[in-house]
Design a protein around this ligand. Structure first.
Ligand SMILES: [Cu+2]
Length: 500
C-alpha cells in the first residue's frame, strides 16, 4: 500500500491563555507525507496525521510536540541569529531604563542594572553573595534568565547563546597553533570579532576600539544611587580604583606572563566535573574554579601596575613574582574585606590615577607578613612569602601599597558590563544539565513520600488523577483553566506632604 495523502492537524494544547487562543494548523498533503510547521508559542502541541493509503485504508498517528526556546552554541548559530542577539544586547547596553520600559515593557532591563545587581551582591565589604559558594551557578543562571527575558522584550525570537570555551582550549592544545603556549593566541579567536565580543587586544587603553562595542563606557553612578561604585563614581568594585571611563580588558596580570594557554578550561576540566564529583555539593563548589574561572581572569586581567613587576623582580624570585601576579585575583578584595587596607571613598575627576589607589595604614607600623598572608590568601600560606626576609617583606609591602593596580571588569564584580560575560555561564548550566542526565547526585533527598493520592477528593470535582493513569492526567491538564500568578502590587507608604 502506498500513501495517497496525509491530513495533518497541529493544535497547541498548553500555554494558550497568554496568547489569546491556540495556534492551530490543518493541512493536507496529497501524495506527500511531510509538512513544515513553525510553532509560534512555547507550550505543547498535539500533532496528528491521518494517513490515507491506497485501497481506502486510513490510519491515524498522534504525537505531542514540545516547543521551547533553544540555546545554541554561539558558533553554531546562523550569522543572522547571532547578529540579532548582539544587536538586542547592544540595545540593553545603550538604552535608558525608563525609555526601555516604555518601549519594550516590564521585562526590559539594562546591562547597567544587571551590573548593579551583580556588584551589589558581590562587591560588599562583608561578603560575596554570588561566588565561592553553592549559590554561584544558580544565581548566575537566574541572572542569565532575566537578561534573556530582557533581550526577548526587544526581540521575541532570541535566546542567550553559550560560549563553549573548552572548544577554544582544544583548538589550541591540539592544533598546529600550539607551539609557543602564547596566550595572545586567545585574542585571535572568532568570538572577539567586531560584531561579536569586540577585541581589546593591542589597545593602549585596554578597551575595544572598533566594532559594535567600541569605546563602551562604564556607567557613572549619581549621588542618589545606592549602587556600589569606586572612588571615581564609576560602576566598579570599590577595590577597583580604575579611572578609565571605558570598559577594561587587560588580558594579562600586570603585564606579567602569568597566563598559560593550558589554564584555559578544556575538555578535561568539564569532563572531570561531569563525572568525578558525586554530589551536587562538590559539583556546585568545583564548577566555579578550574572549569570557568580562568576565562574571567584572562579576559579581565590587571592594569595600572606601573613598574610593579619590574620592581618586584629586584627582590623576589621570578616564580614568586608570577605567583603574586596571578593571585591578584583574590588579594586586593580579601585584604579590603579583612580591613587591612582601605580604598578612598572619593577621588575627584582631576585626581591622577597614581594618587587614587589602595591605602595602607602605616600608623601602627607595617602589617606583619603572617597577618597579611592570612587575610590575602584566606589561610593559605604560600612558600614565596614565607621565604621573604624582613627587608624583602617591607619592600614588597610598600610596593603593594603604592601601586594603583586595577582589574578589568571581567575580573571583578562589575563583570556583567562586559558582553563576553553573558555567554559564559550558560556553558556551565548546560554542563550541569548534562551531568544530571548522566548520573544522579549522591546528595539526593534521603526521604520519599508514602503516596501521591488524595482519595478523599475522589468524589468531588477535584479528583487527583492516579500517577499511572496517563490519559486521565492529560485530560485533567487540558480541562483545567490555566491561571497566572501576578505578584500583588505593594502599597508604597505615602510620603508626608511637605510642610509649607
Ligand atoms: Cu563567571
Amino acid at each position: 500500500m502506498a500513501v495517497e495523502a496525509v491530513d495533518w492537524t497541529v493544535a497547541q494544547t498548553t500555554n494558550i491563555a497568554e496568547h489569546k487562543g491556540a495556534q492551530r494548523v490543518r493541512t493536507s498533503h496529497v501524495g506527500g507525507r511531510g509538512m513544515v510547521f513553525t510553532p509560534l508559542h512555547l507550550g505543547n502541541y498535539d500533532v496528528s496525521a491521518l494517513v490515507n493509503l491506497t485501497g481506502g485504508v486510513r490510519t491515524t498517528v498522534s504525537r505531542t510536540l514540545v516547543s521551547r526556546y533553544v540555546r545554541r552554541s554561539i558558533r553554531a548559530m546562523s550569522g543572522a541569529n547571532r547578529d540579532k542577539f548582539f544587536a538586542a544586547a547592544h540595545v540593553l547596553a545603550t538604552t535608558d531604563y525608563s525609555v526601555g520600559l516604555a518601549l519594550y515593557g516590564d521585562d526590559f532591563n539594562t546591562i547597567t542594572n544587571f551590573t548593579k545587581i551583580h556588584l551589589n551582591n558581590a562587591g560588599t565589604r562583608n561578603t560575596d553573595h554570588l561566588h565561592d559558594g553553592l549559590g554561584f551557578l544558580t544565581q548566575h543562571a537566574a541572572m542569565t534568565m532575566a537578561f534573556e527575558r530582557s533581550l526577548r522584550s526587544v526581540d521575541a525570537a532570541i535566546s542567550v547563546p553559550y560560549w563553549d570555551f573548552t572548544y577554544d582550549a582544544e583548538s589550541f592544545l591540539t592544533g598546529s597553533n600550539f607551539t609557543t603556549n602564547d596566550p595572545a593566541l586567545l585574542w585571535t579567536l572568532d568570538v572577539w570579532g567586531e560584531d561579536w565580543f569586540g577585541n581589546a587586544s593591542g589597545s593602549k587603553y585596554h578597551t575595544i576600539e572598533t566594532g559594535r562595542w567600541a569605546w563602551q563606557k562604564v556607567a557613572v553612578v549619581d549621588h542618589e544611587d545606592p549602587a556600589i561604585h569606586n572612588a571615581y563614581g564609576l560602576l566598579r568594585a570599590p577595590w577597583n580604583t580604575n579611572k578609565s571611563p571605558f570598559l577594561t580588558r587587560a588580558h594579562s596580570m600586570c603585564a606579567h606572563e602569568t597566563f598559560s594557554l593550558t589554564d584555559w578550561p578544556s575538555c578535561e576540566e568539564h569532563y572531570t566535573l561531569a563525572f568525578a564529583y558525586a554530589s551536587w555539593y562538590e559539583w556546585g563548589w568545583a564548577v566555579q574554579y578550574s572549569p570557568h574561572g580562568a576565562v574571567h581572569k584572562m579576559v579581565g586581567g590587571y592594569v595600572n601596575c606601573g613598574d610593579l613587576v619590574e620592581r618586584a623582580k629586584g627582590f623576589l624570585p621570578p616564580s614568586a613574582v608570577g605567583q603574586f601576579a596571578e593571585s591578584l585575583v583574590e588579594i586586593p578584595k580579601n585584604l579590603w574585606r579583612s580591613y587591612l587596607v582601605e580604598y578612598p571613598d572619593y577621588c575627584s575627576e582631576d585626581t591622577p590615577q597614581d594618587q587614587c589607589h589602595v591605602q595602607c595604614d602605616y600608623s601602627a607600623g607595617k602589617i606583619g607578613k603572617d597577618e597579611w598572608t592570612a587575610a590575602a590568601y584566606e589561610g593559605d600560606n604560600p612558600q614565596w612569602i614565607r621565604n621573604l626576609s624582613h627587608k624583602e617583606w617591607n619592600d614588597f609591602y610598600e610596593l603593594y601599597c603604592d601601586t594603583p593596580m586595577a582589574p578589568g571588569e571581567q575580573l571583578e564584580s562589575a563583570s556583567p558590563a562586559d558582553i563576553s560575560f553573558w555567554p559564559i555561564h550558560p556553558t556551565l548550566e548546560r554542563l550541569l544539565i548534562y551531568t544530571r542526565l548522566v548520573h544522579k547526585f549522591s546528595d539526593a533527598l534521603d526521604y520519599v513520600y508514602d503516596n501521591f493520592e488524595w482519595s478523599h477528593c475522589d468524589d468531588t470535582p477535584f479528583a487527583f488523577p492516579k500517577l499511572d493513569d496517563a490519559q486521565s492526567i492529560s485530560e485533567t491538564a487540558k480541562s483545567v483553566q490555566p491561571r497566572t500568578h501576578k505578584p500583588r502590587a505593594r502599597k508604597l507608604a505615602r510620603k508626608p506632604a511637605a510642610q509649607p
